[in-house]
Ligand binder design. Structure first.
Ligand SMILES: NC(=O)c1ccc[n+]([C@@H]2O[C@H](COP(=O)([O-])OP(=O)(O)OC[C@H]3O[C@@H](n4cnc5c(N)ncnc54)[C@H](O)[C@@H]3O)[C@@H](O)[C@H]2O)c1
Ligand SMILES: O=C(O)CC[C@@H](O)C(=O)O
Length: 526
């Protein structure tokens, strides 16, 4: 049974899902040295923001197949190392969107009305109504940096409160911003015009210290800034200085360059600064969402299925992936089949998406085909994460074409593979119930479901040849489950595909090749 190590507290709903397919050990708060020691025995790690999955940990995890981050940000995982090692990294891109957006709004309103300090004052037995006079957000300008999932939800809520919205996000179209009621502006304008600024961007080399002494100097003295995104986007020392000097009116932070925060000039400031301990995702609902989302993906990967939100394989919306999943299986099966027909090294793959399949996102299908193609050589070391890199490193040229015209089947996939001495092509399709059918081999029409043990021959279409192969297999005690012949012209060339119940015994292939009229014979295991 595979083993999963849960390194941070996650909701029981996630553990229940993992327990369906794996032994689950919950060991939270392990220091790195401990984690390095125990990780070799695990197939999967499940973390939140508390655990840093370093290169050292990934390299020690010789069995690791997947790292699941129950949340959005994967900046605590060394994703490049994971990719190189073929370890899938998955997250939950939407599970805590609402929670984080609501936390940002809560912090904005708390800043405006001094709620944390007012509460403390009453609890201390005081009644200081003058001290806590606030400001309204109505008709004020909110500057949103990052108009993705969380930023968009914040926009909707702020608009409902009557705020004016401006946003900076170089990757968002003006139409999308317009739909959200936001005017896109550059960062300088956003800093200058906003009464409130809220950050909803990832931490990247471009966004590190994006808010620094220089940019803070552009803000209005009445303006406040909120960071519910990632620590390190704001220079905390510069922020503390700006608040202390009255350069800006206040700040609310949920995330910090170093967590836990510990000693910081921010903790010494008064009611102008509100600090929460990375609580953006901490709602009951979000914790169930992310735990279930990520646990399901770990379960699927351990069962050999693709993950829907892998960050190191091409991103696909879960619905799109669901729709594509059977085609991925088809591509992988055909890749595996054609590589066995070619026999050895592969030089190029020509992949054609035909009919309705031509309208789908092709990259995952190409990756699935490469995974199948390389699986004979690399076994379980090749997966959806590293298939492209492995193919590139082996110098396999990939050519992709599309043909939307409908031929014999509504949607089909053709794989043409060239090796140094042989070249083969196979086509396959999906039936209405999602079952795979191999529909051509080297241009000869057939209609065969893939089977664990198969025999493919190329022969002259002439009387007696099928009988001879049948008797030969019988004499070796091989039970034939099905047999099909495909030909283009009568008494020309033909292919024969046999599905058999057991692997072919040693020596039989040589005997088959001796049969007059047989040009080629290959065993295939799928
Ligand atoms: N505090 C928490 O507990 C908590 C919870 C959830 C998410 N988060 C963090 O919130 C952030 C946003 O999450 P999301 O789900 O909205 O992500 P998202 O990917 O949906 O949106 C991010 C947006 O930022 C934009 N962006 C990227 N680089 C930018 C740049 N240099 N300048 C301006 N915009 C840029 C992108 O175009 C995108 O629209 C992430 O950093 C995530 O880790 C924090
Ligand atoms: O694990 C958490 O609670 C924080 C998660 C949050 O920062 C995220 O990026 O999803």
């Amino acid at each position: 049974m595979p083993k999963v190590l849960v390194c941070d507290p996650i909701d029981q709903a996630g553990i229940d899902i993992l327990s369906q397919v794996a032994q689950v050990d919950v060991k939270t708060g392990l220091p790195v040295e401990e984690l390095v020691k125990v990780v070799p025995e695990y197939d999967a790690l499940m973390i939140r923001s508390g655990t840093r999955v370093t290169q050292e940990i990934i390299e020690a995890g010789v069995q690791l197949k997947i790292i699941g981050r129950a949340g959005v940000g994967v900046d605590n995982v060394d994703v490049p190392t994971a990719t190189r090692r073929g370890v899938i990294v998955v997250n939950s891109p939407e599970g805590n969107t609402i929670a984080a957006a609501e936390h940002a709004i809560a912090l904005m309103l708390s800043l405006s009305r001094h709620i944390p300090d007012a509460n403390q004052s009453v609890k201390n037995g005081q009644w200081e109504r003058k001290k806590f006079v606030g400001t309204e957000v109505y008709k004020k300008t909110l500057g949103i940096v990052g108009l993705g999932k969380i930023g968009s939800h914040v926009a909707g809520a702020a608009k409902a409160m009557g705020m004016k919205l401006i946003a900076f996000d170089p990757f968002i179209s003006a139409e999308r911003a317009d739909q959200l009621g936001c005017r896109l502006v550059d960062m300088d304008i956003l800093m200058q015009e906003s009464d409130y600024i809220t950050l909803h961007i990832p931490k990247t080399p471009e966004t590190a210290n994006l808010i620094n002494a220089q940019s803070l100097a552009k803000m209005k003295p009445t303006a406040r800034i909120i960071n519910c995104a990632r620590g390190g986007i704001i220079d905390e020392a510069a922020l503390a200085e700006a608040v202390k000097n009255g350069q800006i009116a206040g700040a609310a932070l949920d995330v910090y360059a170093n967590e836990p925060l510990g000693e910081s000039p921010l903790t010494e400031l008064g009611k102008e600064v509100i600090l929460t301990p990375h609580l953006g995702a901490s709602t009951t609902e979000a914790q169930v969402n992310v735990a279930v989302d990520v646990a399901e993906q770990i379960r699927d990967v351990l069962l050999g299925l693709p993950a829907r939100s892998a960050v190191n394989i091409p991103g696909l919306h879960p619905d799109a992936l669901e729709q594509l999943r059977p085609y991925l299986q088809l591509a992988e099966t055909l890749g595996n089949l054609v590589s066995q027909l070619v026999g050895g090294r592969v030089e190029s793959l020509n992949i054609r998406l035909q009919g309705e399949l031509a309208n789908n996102q092709s990259q995952p299908i190409v990756i699935a085909a490469l995974k199948g193609l390389l699986s004979r050589a690399l076994r379980e070391r090749v997966n959806y994460v590293n298939a492209s890199i492995e193919a590139q490193e082996r110098g396999i040229r990939v050519i992709e074409t599309r043909d939307a015209s409908i031929r014999d089947y509504k949607g089909s996939l053709l794989l043409q593979v060239k090796g140094p001495s042989e070249e083969h092509e196979v086509t396959g399709t999906l039936l209405g119930d999602g079952e795979i059918r191999i529909t051509t081999v080297d241009g000869f029409p057939i209609n065969v479901p893939p089977n664990q043990h198969m025999l493919f021959t190329r022969h002259r279409d002439m009387p007696g040849i099928i009988g001879k192969i049948g008797s030969l297999l019988g004499s070796f005690n091989v039970n034939i489950a099905s047999m099909q012949v495909g030909r283009q012209i009568v008494r020309g060339d033909a292919v024969m595909v046999l599905t058999i119940d057991d692997p072919l015994p040693e020596g039989i292939l040589e005997e088959i090749l001796k049969v007059p009229g047989i040009r080629d014979a290959n065993t295939v295991m799928l």
